[in-house]
Write a protein that binds this ligand. Sequence first.
Ligand SMILES: C[S@@+](CC[C@H](N)C(=O)[O-])C[C@H]1O[C@@H](n2cnc3c(N)ncnc32)[C@H](O)[C@@H]1O
Length: 328
Amino acid sequence: MEAVGNDQNAAENVNDAEPSPPRPEETLSKTAQKKLLKQQRFEAKKAEKKAQMKELKKKEAERKRKEWEETLASLTEEERLKLIESRKNLRKERMEKRSEEKDKKMERLTKAKECGQKIVIDLEFSHLMTPTEINSLVQQIMYCYAVNGRCTSPAHLWLTGCKGEMDNQLKRLPGFDKWMMEKENQSYIVALQDQKENLVYLTADAETVLHELDLKKIYIIGGLVDRNRWKGITMKKAEEQGIQTAKLPIGNYLKMSSSQVLTVNQVLEILLKFLESRDWRASFFQVIPQRKRSQGDAEENLGVTEEEENADKEDQFPSKKNCVEAPS
Ligand SMILES: C[S@@+](CC[C@H](N)C(=O)[O-])C[C@H]1O[C@@H](n2cnc3c(N)ncnc32)[C@H](O)[C@@H]1O
């Protein structure tokens, strides 16, 4: 009897239990589900490509090692020592150059903390993103930090609302704890409350067009990868908080094949280029990929996802030398 009672209780408890919150994909529209599926297929292909690349690199390293051993074997003892010595020197020079570049970068970033253009990346949207989207955003932030560090006059970057899953993922990035940027777990609206009148939320849905960058202002970029599933969310947030909004003047300079909503890293790169050149046209043309612009192969552009753009970016990441290079 008692056992039955327990079962009943258990059944009641099950019925009483709060329904588990729907997973992000369960709340998606059909179009969004299709996009998600496309994105997942793309992720699988990307992983395959990554594994192939890893294998290729391994083979190449092995080939070089063999070549080196063969070269050494073909030399006299004296020649061998000479060659080893010159290789050592070359490596030392390269390391010194790298360390010099790093010091210069640190100098630029320290100066940016004092007098650089303040730009915030608002990380308060992680609850609206799938794990893959959070991962894409983390990649974009990594890219933003690298591009900023290479600029001759970098911005003073802030990450605000840096907590929960976003914070966990960012902390997993090698060297993140040493990044020269502000990492704030509070929202910008709290952390920068004494400068509320200077906060400008950048959003493609704003009426106001951004013509100039003002050093006194603090520009906020929404840290969101959503393939515009959350249309107008940053505009709504800024309106509710009573802060200014502005959109990039894209329409004044070029036609886009689809929407004017750009990724976080594209917006930051455009701002950085504009800070250097004060030329919107050049900044847009250098950063916005050809396929997103209306001229030329517009049809190709329509299916491009943020992940595909991220992949382009990741592919270029190791070879990007300075901030005037543009993803294409
Ligand atoms: C991928 S978008 C996020 C789109 C999101 N649905 C929204 O409502 O903002 C990432 C962020 O880049 C910035 N952004 C993108 N396109 C922009 C544009 N044309 N003008 C100004 N800011 C833009 C915004 O801050 C935006 O939140």
